[in-house]
Design a protein around this ligand. Structure first.
Ligand code: FAD
Length: 513
């Protein structure tokens, strides 16, 4: 039986997701004879936010052989060592979710269990205080962990704060250099085969773009996957009620922080994301609990209190939290906002774009959809696996974001009372029940948020397990105490010797504008 080879892939949408996907495909499909074309509208803008990332974003740059310093210079990036959560348990409360390792294991016992045992014997420094990233963030210092082997800094990790509009441009240049064809035009019609598979996109200027496979990166409109392929949207707003954000920029502070801030408010939270030339600020809020004007007032008042100079007028963004039930349907995959969105509390949307692109390569349909029955069956098998893998990722992240809300004991507004009382997804209830026993995280393979993330958020929110792992009692109490003290001291001594974040940026990747 002959199967026609896949020849043409068409991406609709030139935001961060479209161009990041194009870059990944361009690198991997080189020499296969498969052409990649991307069509973007000159009229319909990109969403223009998405400035905080997670460490796998840096791994993507490495994977694409993109020099970190060049990328950071062109996208006016800064380093990010974690997230500072402020007021999530009420006024004067804060905790830090650091990247990288926290502590070091003691005789094969997990560090968290040793810390917990010590904490139960005699409360000492917080869990996060054993993280190199926390120390660097507190002192606004930075050094590349890979350039500090054999020091406690080596176990740190980092992500970036990036200028969203420049990111898409950077990946566009990269993808076009590797042969991706960039077209400008507005898609006005989508033509389908009798099977429901997509056949071509009609542009307003009369051009018709055919392809064997389509990638929908058209943003919230989800023009191909949602509208043309009718993949239904599954809402998660019963667990994540925030559905709006105001976004704006203020002048960059003179001393650039190396972390994102997430400051809890009456009906949502505010972000502060430092870039080389400006500070991105926004207020994510639940319109069911606060109106748009009040939310804007919260954002503007906070900036005014600090005397911060506005660089642009605040923009209102409306969104729905959830995902398409099938991210791959027929011959179409939705990546980025076209596939789904989880509010940006842990900066995970661009990560899901990368996962979407990499899983697509893994399950790539090398034969074309409309030739033989066999090709259709193959496509369905691949689509099923893709959907399984991506749904798992989305749900893992969803549960972790809900965790931040459901652990809050704030009761000073209807929003927080709702969050404290809402029924949780079964998957999260089960994970929490296990965690509360003795700090064990459900093991599910390659989760984005591993043990130290769960420990940081749970300990930060005051949610300690009932008991520590009984096996850790095989260690002598003084042994645990001394090991913790020694490591804390090593970090306290190593970090002050590092350059400040601003100095490091100046040397490594400063953008002169
Ligand atoms: C409030 C908020 C804060 C966020 N913060 C973060 C964060 O900190 N970290 C993070 O990782 N992510 C964040 N995100 C998500 C992030 O912004 C997006 O995941 C990312 O920008 C990718 O968007 P996109 O490319 O899917 O869509 P878009 O940027 O909306 O791009 C859509 C593209 O489709 C094109 N298009 C649409 N219709 C047509 C048409 N008819 N014809 C031709 N072209 C068309 C448009 O021109 C555009 O090029 C945030 C999102 C929101 C809402």
């Amino acid at each position: 039986m002959s199967q026609q080879a896949m020849q043409q892939v068409l991406i609709m949408g030139g935001g961060s997701s479209g161009w990041m996907t194009a870059a990944v495909l361009a690198k991997h499909l080189q020499g296969t004879g498969i052409s990649v074309t991307l069509v973007e509208s000159a009229q319909i803008g990109t969403i223009g936010v998405g400035e905080s990332t997670v460490p796998p974003f840096v791994q993507l740059l490495h994977h694409l052989n993109i020099p970190l310093a060049d990328f950071m210079k062109q996208t006016q990036s800064t380093f990010k060592l974690g997230i500072d959560f402020v007021n999530w348990q009420g006024p004067e409360h804060s905790y830090f979710h650091p990247f990288g390792a926290v502590g070091i294991n003691l005789n094969h016992h997990e560090f968290f269990q040793c810390w917990l045992r010590q904490q139960q014997a005699q409360p000492g420094p917080a869990y996060e205080a054993y993280s190199p990233c926390w120390h660097m963030a507190q002192q606004q210092r930075f050094f590349l962990p890979s350039d500090a082997p054999d020091t406690p800094i080596a176990s740190a990790d980092f992500a970036l704060h990036v200028d969203a509009s420049r990111v898409a441009g950077y990946f566009k240049d990269y993808a076009c250099r590797l042969g991706v064809c960039a077209l400008t035009g507005d898609v006005c019609e989508v033509n389908t085969h009798a099977s429901g598979a997509l056949a071509s996109l009609q542009l307003q200027d009369g051009r018709v773009l055919t392809a064997d496979f389509f990638i929908d990166c058209s943003g919230f409109a989800s023009r191909l996957l949602g509208q043309a392929c009718d993949s239904q949207f599954e809402h998660w707003n019963q667990w994540l009620p925030c559905d709006r954000a105001w976004a704006m920029a203020t002048a960059a502070p003179s001393d650039l922080p190396n972390y994102t801030q997430a400051i809890a408010e009456q009906a949502g939270w505010r972000w502060r994301i430092p870039l080389q030339q400006r500070l991105g600020q926004g207020h994510v809020f639940a319109s069911g609990f606060v109106d748009e004007e009040q939310a804007l007032d919260t954002l503007l008042s906070a900036a005014a209190q600090r005397g911060e100079e506005l660089l642009n007028a605040p923009r209102l963004l409306r969104f729905q939290t959830g995902m398409r039930k099938q991210l791959w349907r027929h011959n179409c995959v939705g990546i980025g906002l076209a596939g789904g969105f989880i509010e940006p509390l842990e900066s995970t949307a661009l990560h899901l774009v990368v996962r979407g692109a990499l899983f697509l390569l893994r399950y790539f349909p090398h034969s074309s959809h409309n030739t033989a029955d066999r090709a259709l069956t193959d496509m369905a098998i691949l689509a099923q696996e893709y959907n399984r893998a991506m749904t798992r990722d989305y749900e893992e992240i969803r549960d972790f974001i809900i965790l931040h809300y459901c652990l809050s004991r704030r009761d000073d507004s209807d929003f927080w009372r709702y969050c404290g009382a809402m029924p949780l997804p079964d998957s999260l209830s089960e994970k929490l029940a296990l965690y509360r026993l003795r700090g064990i995280r459900r093991h599910t393979g390659d989760d984005l948020f591993g043990d130290s993330s769960w420990h940081a958020v749970c300990a930060g929110m005051g949610e300690l397990p009932v008991a520590c792992d009984p096996l850790v009692h095989s260690l002598a109490g003084e042994q645990v105490e001394q090991a913790l003290e020694r490591y804390h001291q090593q970090l306290s001594q190593a970090v002050p010797r590092l350059p400040s974040h601003s100095e490091f940026l100046q040397r490594f990747c400063w953008h002169a504008d």
